[in-house]
Design a protein around this ligand. Structure first.
Ligand code: PLP
Length: 376
């Protein structure tokens, strides 16, 4: 099997798996327990948080460990629900369902939800500027889109919001970014982007599934769950110490090889684009993560195309394979990007990793070329 579905999940690295095993074997206590074993586990947890914060260039106190990006997004978005003063929330039309699904819920609860278009994958600053109002409480715009790979100018979009705030008695607007597909793949700086919060998931960068992080600097965020005082009360529940240790290892590896991996993946992406010029490309030519390449077939619906590829031993996805009804949702994302329904319906997402080889890319290009001749 040749695996091209790394935006859905990546395989865990040997070192991350080792870190997991070592942490769970060595730290047997619950970090909340007061005995020696508990205190050791707590110290390890805190040290890991500080190390990750150091790599991200943020304060350790701003990092909350979660079960993944879904939960990190949920903590931020659902925090609005606890507030009595309803207002406006602005989302981009290309958010992952773990953000976009809040649109319906918030509307039901009386919030005004404005969904920004993202022509060809990019939210326009003017659209954000026009949407902001004295009622705006939160803006959520992702960093790297999981369907096409488009990279938003989050720093520039935050600036639009801050300028608006300055002209409106400095009324605070929370800016959240889902940076799940960015971590360990492209360089970014949370502090200089100026976001209030960001979501991450370990398994997108060769860490384990079921563990992630929320970066948050807003003291007013209300927790999603009720329970113990773990994670400063923002995420109650016994910490996944092994998963957190493995995520730390995965981030370390990804950061130390980021440029090298980026170059290698970029060259494979270029190769595939050059070889597959007969198919429309939905991923933008610039400001796009090289880890994601979304194409469309002129005639074959994506489920047929992906099935044909699977029969030849290739794993690709028909859009975002993060949930059961992902296809419908990724089509919504593609229509927010103003692609025609036909292009959206026939889209296939090829997603690469540091482990993708030239051989894999050659075999995929050859197979798609043959399939195209057969089904043109
Ligand atoms: N956000 C984006 C952009 C994603 O690609 C994913 C992947 O599924 C998620 C959030 C959710 O991550 P997880 O399923 O690990 O919670």
């Amino acid at each position: 099997i040749r695996y091209f579905d790394n935006a859905a999940t990546t395989s865990i690295s040997a070192a991350a798996l080792d870190a997991y095993t070592k942490a769970v074997e060595h730290y047997r206590g619950n970090p909340s327990s007061l005995h020696q074993e508990g205190r050791e586990a707590k110290a390890f947890l805190q040290q890991t948080r500080e190390d990750i914060a150091g790599l991200l260039g943020v304060d350790a106190a701003a990092l909350t460990f979660t079960s993944g990006a879904t939960e990190a997004n949920a903590i931020i978005l659902s925090s609005l629900i606890w507030k009595e003063r309803k207002g406006q929330v602005i989302l981009s039309g290309i958010e992952h369902p773990s953000v976009s699904e809040y649109s319906r819920l918030l509307k039901q609860l009386g919030w005004k939800v404005t969904v920004l278009p993202a022509p060809r994958g990019f939210v326009q600053k003017e659209d954000l500027q026009r949407a902001l109002s004295s009622e705006t409480r939160m803006v959520s715009i992702m960093l790297v889109n999981n369907v096409t790979g488009s990279i938003q100018d989050v720093g520039g979009l935050v600036e639009v919001v801050r300028t608006f705030e300055a002209g409106h008695n400095n009324r605070k607007i929370h800016f959240h970014t889902d940076a799940t597909q960015a971590l360990g793949k492209i360089r970014f700086d949370l502090k200089s982007m100026g976001v209030d919060s960001a979501a991450f998931s370990a398994h997108k960068l060769h860490g384990p599934r079921g563990v992630g992080m929320l970066y948050n600097t807003n003291a007013g965020i209300e927790s999603l769950s009720r329970g113990g005082a773990q994670e400063q009360g923002l995420r109650p529940g016994t910490e996944n110490l092994g998963g957190i240790a493995a995520m730390h290892q995965a981030i370390k590896e990804a950061f130390s090889n980021l440029e090298e991996n980026f170059e290698q993946v970029s060259s494979l992406n270029r190769y595939l684009r050059d070889r597959l010029t007969f198919l429309p490309v939905l991923s933008p030519p610039e400001n796009c993560s090289p880890y994601i390449l979304t194409l469309s077939h002129p005639t074959l619906p994506s489920e047929v195309f992906t099935r044909l590829l699977f029969d030849q031993g290739f794993c690709v996805s028909s859009g975002s394979a993060c949930s059961n009804n992902a296809k419908q949702k990724s089509q919504g994302v593609l229509s927010a990007m103003a692609f025609s329904p036909q292009l959206a319906k026939n889209s296939i997402r090829i997603s690469l990793s540091k482990d993708t080889t030239e051989h894999d890319a050659e075999a995929l290009a050859l197979t798609i070329t043959h399939l195209n001749l057969e089904h043109a």
